[in-house]
Design a protein around this ligand. Structure first.
Ligand SMILES: Cc1ncc(COP(=O)(O)O)c(C=O)c1O
Length: 366
């Protein structure tokens, strides 16, 4: 049995917070901040303290209505980060076998390490566009598997898993008595096609998400977990010893943001549409990179065909003022992640420099 690891750290988060900055920062995966001044916020609408210990009632109602679930299936959290921590802490005991996709968002592994779970992996294959492969999953499920963990959209590739695939995932997990945790933080950025949370696909689904990435509202930290009521009870007990009581001004701001989500969404959708066209033009013109055109989400995860991607990423940042996320943080060192959710000027500038860097790098490695 694995012991719990109090010293577990996410090398990725440390890098992202301290070392990812560059003039052209394409390492981000969340929409550029929505300006507070564009929300109808009046100081009279804010208050320091509230009275609802388990989530401000109007906010809980809004979150439940948004997801189309009863309120007793919702836990309010500070971002998807805390949603993942609370959900995993409530679902997993030390030594439990947990099956996690590869590549994945590194902090999910860190939390499981911290809990002392026995982590097993199933592959999403680059040559298959990182799509969720049921065969891969089936091969790795065992009678000991307690939980399957995946992201939809997938981080880093933004691959979308459809309802049929996810439903089958849930059924396969249910056969061995396992639950499925789906981190849906990037699903919120699917502005151009209707979708419903995978929570609706079966009783063994638990979902985490937030308003942070898709809308440029990261600072409000409005996140949530969707789970069956008996699990929700357990999760609120974890909340008791993590954030304790909610940050009431943030709850009030979240209600205002949700009341005005249409305009927030319009701005994000327009920016992503422009940026996606720019990025796809760039990808089409750079055969040195192996990458399907971007269709969904805020990131792509190309593979550099020749030379070491780590060297290329270093050169891009050191000599061309542009940062991307090195693939090593996703256990895929020959790839790197490009974010398309900054301002259009940042993306355009970054891609111009990436083009120049690729030319210089390919000359060196020829
Ligand atoms: C898959 C995934 N989940 C959760 C998070 C954290 O989200 P939040 O900002 O809502 O805490 C990230 C951030 O990059 C992410 O990529």
């Amino acid at each position: 049995m694995n012991g719990s690891r109090a010293d577990a750290v996410s090398r990725y988060l440390a890098w992202a917070k301290l070392h990812s900055y560059a003039r052209f920062n394409l390492a981000v995966s969340g929409m550029v901040d929505y300006p507070l001044a564009e929300l109808p916020v009046r100081i009279e609408d804010l208050e320091i303290g509230g009275t609802d210990s388990y989530g401000y009632k109007p906010l809980m109602e809004q979150l439940a209505a948004k997801a189309g679930v009863p309120e007793e299936c919702v836990v309010y959290t500070l971002g998807t980060s805390m949603a993942n921590y609370i959900a995993l802490t409530a679902l997993v005991r030390p030594g439990d076998e947990v099956l996690v996709e590869r590549p994945t968002y590194d902090p999910l592994l860190t939390i499981l390490d911290h809990i002392g779970a026995k982590v097993c992996r199933f592959e999403r294959r680059a040559e298959k566009g990182f799509r969720l492969g049921l065969g891969e999953l089936e091969r790795r499920l065992t009678p000991e598997t307690r939980l399957v963990v995946l992201c939809n959209l997938h981080n880093p590739s933004s691959a979308l898993s459809d309802d049929a695939t996810l439903r089958q995932t849930g059924e396969m997990a249910a056969k061995v008595g396992a639950r499925v945790l789906v981190d849906e933080v990037y699903l919120e950025s699917l502005f151009d096609r209707p979708w419903r949370s995978s929570f609706h696909l079966g009783p063994n689904f638990v979902v985490t998400s937030s308003l942070t990435k898709a809308y440029g509202l990261s600072g409000i930290r409005c996140g949530w977990i969707l789970a069956q009521p008996e699990l929700v009870q357990r999760m609120w007990q974890v909340v008791d010893f993590t954030y304790g009581s909610p940050v009431h001004p943030a709850e009030l701001l979240a209600v205002i943001a949700l009341d005005n989500l249409g305009r927030v969404r319009d701005r994000a959708r327009a920016l992503l549409e422009t940026n996606r066209a720019l990025l796809n033009e760039f990808l089409a013109g750079h055969p040195e990179l192996d990458c399907e055109p971007s269709r969904f989400g805020t990131t792509v995860f190309p593979r550099l065909k020749t030379g070491l991607a780590t060297d290329f990423v270093g050169m891009l940042r050191g000599q061309f003022e542009t940062s991307v996320v090195p693939g090593e943080f996703f256990e895929q060192p020959q790839h790197f992640r490009i974010g398309l959710c900054g301002t259009t000027e940042t993306l355009r500038g970054g891609l111009e420099r990436m083009g120049a860097a690729l030319e210089a790098f390919c000359k060196l490695t020829r």
